[in-house]
Design a protein around this ligand. Structure first.
Ligand code: HEC
Ligand code: HEC
Length: 192
């Protein structure tokens, strides 16, 4: 091998091994996702969830369900068309390895305490873990955007969460909207 070829070869090896996120995900695709979910997986946009530090399996499942049109996300329509299973796995690996941003410090004590009691009384931690970091197919709730948590809880409660796990509809069946608000505020402001 010529020296130039050696340099190119080793650069390639180092690049691929130090940039696992780009293993099979095209940079163009990541740039598209970043426009809404944030380049570091922390969303700055109302109604759009952060993906950083979500369990890998949860991300894989969600992406497959969205690609197959079972979980409908109008904002992402068509974006996962033709994305291979291998790329789904790489996307999930990439986002699950990112660090969640510190939650906003504007905690409202009354709402936070109410949410904390509700979450423990309603045993949300049985599935999402006691510190709400999630595991396997159960998403992380700790540090997620408050508006997105409330949006999902209302969708589950009102049976509008098409293509999503029915365990959640059962968990929030008949729960007052004000309680869902307290749960969302609490969960969004905790760092495990
Ligand atoms: C135009 C904005 C937009 C773009 C671009 C976008 N998304 Fe989304 N994404 C959303 C919204 C909005 C939701 C939440 C939908 C809901 O549950 O109602 C979402 C939900 C998700 C979820 C589920 C998260 C959860 O906690 O339930 C995943 C995973 C996801 N997007 C991954 C991606 C990936 C990967 C890309 C790039 C291929 C991408 N998104 C591009 C807007 C976007
Ligand atoms: C029996 C297990 C179980 C229990 C108990 C449970 N959850 Fe869940 N939850 C899940 C699963 C599984 C999902 C993923 C649903 C999906 O994506 O289809 C989920 C999803 C969610 C989401 C959507 C998050 C996202 O990023 O899309 C929120 C919010 C949530 N749960 C809140 C709660 C709260 C609050 C409680 C307690 C009142 C609770 N869950 C109790 C299993 C459970």
């Amino acid at each position: 091998m010529s020296l130039v070829a050696k340099v190119v070869f080793w650069f390639g090896v180092v690049f691929l091994t130090t940039s696992p996120s780009w293993g099979q995900v095209s940079p163009q695709r990541l740039a598209l996702c970043a426009a809404c979910h944030g380049a570091d997986g922390n969303s700055q946009i109302k109604g759009i969830p952060s993906l950083a530090a979500q369990p890998k399996l949860f991300l894989e499942n969600s992406l497959i369900l969205m690609r197959e049109g079972m979980r409908e996300v109008p904002a992402m329509k068509g974006m996962l068309d033709g994305v291979t299973d291998a790329e789904v796995i790489e996307l999930a690996k990439f986002y699950s390895a990112l660090t969640l941003a510190t939650p906003p410090a504007d905690k409202q004590a009354d709402l936070f305490n109410k949410g904390e009691q509700l979450a423990s009384g309603m045993r949300c931690g049985i599935c999402h873990l006691p510190n709400y970091v999630g595991r396997e197919q159960m998403p992380r709730l700790a540090g997620q955007r408050e508006d997105y948590l409330l949006h999902s809880l209302l969708q589950f409660k009102n049976n509008q969460a098409v293509g999503r796990d029915s365990n959640m509809a059962a968990s929030v069946y008949g729960v007052a909207d004000a309680d869902l608000q307290a749960l969302s505020h609490y969960l969004s402001r905790i760092t495990p």
